[in-house]
Write a protein that binds this ligand. Sequence first.
Ligand code: HEC
Length: 105
Amino acid sequence: MNRMRVLRRIAAPAALTVAAIATPVVAEPDMDKYGKSCAMCHVSGAAGAPKTHDVAAWEPRMAKGMEALVASVKNGLNAMPPTGLCADCSDEEYAALITYMASPE
Ligand code: HEC
């Protein structure tokens, strides 16, 4: 029996598994920043904020496109203050947080 062949048979599926875990489809939201900013209004729905995990409330917002939504947070929108109280969030972090809030639990 060829030893290399046996090793390759064992190693190949393991490499596939690692590749699948290492390529996330959506960036993970920063839950620490979420808890210190977005959550304060978006968990309770304060002042008409679309609630976290309320997919129906987020649907018309998501229809605007992610770029417009990130701009709304950065510039502020009605009762939402500019930056959504996360002064050090990057555009990517905003997008991940928005995707998180608009997704079902
Ligand atoms: C002080 C309360 C408050 C905080 C903090 C807050 N929001 Fe909001 N957010 C609101 C309110 C209120 C609305 C609804 C505004 C409206 O449409 O009148 C809203 C709407 C939004 C929208 C929809 C914008 C649109 O164009 O329809 C997005 C996206 C959003 N928030 C993301 C975030 C993110 C991400 C964070 C955290 C970084 C955050 N918000 C923090 C109150 C808040």
